[in-house]
Design a protein around this ligand. Structure first.
Ligand SMILES: C[S@@+](CC[C@H](N)C(=O)[O-])C[C@H]1O[C@@H](n2cnc3c(N)ncnc32)[C@H](O)[C@@H]1O
Ligand code: SF4
Length: 361
């Protein structure tokens, strides 16, 4: 049986830089897409030589703003992936889009290019917070794009950022209610983080205090659980069967390749783990290094870590790798649930996940 492979394309170009964002991006008009496609294809071929016998389970166009790409470019890249590897039956092809009003057929063109899941970066559902977040779209444009995405695609997701400074819980609850009413199959809801080097950081914008942020997070989780969107990862919520195959590949430790500037990947080849950074710089990871990554990523999932899968990837026995004394304390304190083949966080554990993980190894 062929092992699954996921493919990430990074499209680094944006119309402008949002003040909170520290993703790798460039503001540039007139991008030479023909040359970029050549570079992307040669990267794909490099990886095909390394792992020829795989089945592609997901393709993700992320950014930056990949909805600025010409849909023909998207189509060419998808076709190339199919020439190099066999696709899995339920292959997921996602593209991240920003709301726009200047390209009326964009979403149907993207669908015709092969995209079957659209992730729309709305970020806020009121005019003043859209401005605060430095977005280039208005609320009206957001609604228009939401309508179009829901009409054109069967599988769709919306991104919102909350825990904005001065945001009141009751205002966020109203936005949540509205987000649910649209009928997206998946929601990615991120608490605002102030990242070093961003405009917000330099201006001294403060994140919401921990206590308020935790309350907002738990309210979000409870509300969505009641409304048919159980959490499957810290910031990701989906109707049953609409969890993102691509996102889960990172958290489960499946293999993926990253194409484009700043992209990275993980490959398990002949039972050795490798980290890749653009362009083709590889580093062999020790079993211990990979095990740490699997623990940090795996506990973000609601279903937690499958201990058998963990051993298959890094070669270490999970219960031997973990500090058992600390584990027993954290279980007794109600932060973790430890079963024979699974370790997972409780609701209380999700509130302090970053600290929890560090205690375990
Ligand atoms: C690569 S980004 C942007 C995708 C797309 N260009 C957009 O702007 O919608 C993916 C998601 O990360 C989230 N994000 C980026 N920076 C963040 C921050 N500092 N705090 C919280 N969420 C953030 C946003 O919700 C965004 O949609
Ligand atoms: S949030 Fe999206 S549009 Fe804004 S700078 Fe980051 S990648 Fe670009």
């Amino acid at each position: 049986m062929f092992k699954p492979l996921s493919v990430y394309f990074h499209w680094p170009y944006c119309k402008s830089k949002c003040p909170y964002c520290d993703f790798f991006k460039k503001v540039q008009k007139n991008v030479d897409e023909t040359s970029l496609v050549k570079e992307y294809i040669s990267e794909l071929e490099y990886y095909q030589n390394l792992v020829p016998q795989r089945k592609v389970q997901s393709i993700f166009f992320g950014g930056g703003t990949p909805s600025l790409m010409n849909p023909k470019t998207v189509e060419k890249l998808i076709e190339t992936v199919f020439c190099l590897w066999k696709p899995q039956e339920n292959l997921e092809i996602t593209l991240e889009a920003n709301p726009n009003s200047d390209r009326p057929h964009l979403f149907s063109d993207l669908k015709n290019a092969g995209v079957n899941r659209l992730s729309l970066g709305v970020q806020a559902l009121n005019e003043s917070d859209l401005k605060f977040l430095g977005r280039t779209h208005t609320l009206k444009e957001a609604y228009k794009s939401i309508d179009e995405v829901l009409k054109v695609f069967d599988n769709h997701s919306i991104d919102l950022i909350y825990s904005r400074p001065h945001q009141k819980l009751e205002d966020w609850e109203k936005e949540l209610q509205q987000a649910v009413s649209f009928g997206f199959k998946h929601l990615s809801l991120y608490q605002l983080t102030i990242e070093e080097g961003t405009v917000f950081f330099n201006k001294g914008v403060q994140a919401l205090e921990d206590e308020k942020a935790s309350k907002m997070y738990q309210t979000t989780v409870d509300f969505l659980r009641e409304h048919g969107y159980p959490r499957y990862e810290v910031s990701n919520f989906a109707m049953p069967v609409y969890e993102s195959i691509h996102n889960k590949c990172y958290w489960q430790g499946d293999d993926y390749i990253g194409i484009g500037e700043s992209a990275h990947g993980r490959l398990n080849i002949s039972e050795q783990n490798f980290a890749y950074v653009h362009p083709h710089i590889s580093e062999k990871l020790s079993s211990h290094e990979r095990a740490e990554e699997l623990l940090i990523m795996g506990l973000r999932l609601q279903k937690g870590i499958n201990k058998t899968h963990f051993k298959e990837i890094c070669g270490l026995d999970f219960d031997t790798f973990i500090d058992q004394e600390k584990l027993h304390t954290l279980v007794a304190e109600g932060f973790l649930i430890d079963k024979p083949n699974v370790l997972r966080a409780t609701d209380q554990g999700f509130l302090v996940l970053d600290k929890l993980v560090l205690e375990l190894f």
